[in-house]
Ligand binder design. Structure first.
Ligand SMILES: [Zn+2]
Length: 57
């Protein structure tokens, strides 16, 4: 028996804010400066946005 991840599972990615794993198909993405960040909900998007703005007073 093999308990490793089933290769048939949908691909998941970690939310860039809360690190929750979400299916890639449901992830919202935003192109940041040099990379694409993924977030699970608009809540996390707002947090990320606020953080990046606060880091530049
Ligand atoms: Zn999240």
């Amino acid at each position: 028996m093999n308990d490793k991840k089933n290769p048939c599972e949908p691909e998941t990615i970690a939310c860039s804010v809360c690190l929750k794993e979400i299916p890639v198909s449901e992830a919202r993405s935003e192109e940041a400066t040099d990379y694409v960040m993924y977030y699970c909900s608009l809540d996390c998007y707002d947090k990320w946005k606020n953080q990046s703005q606060e880091s530049n007073p």
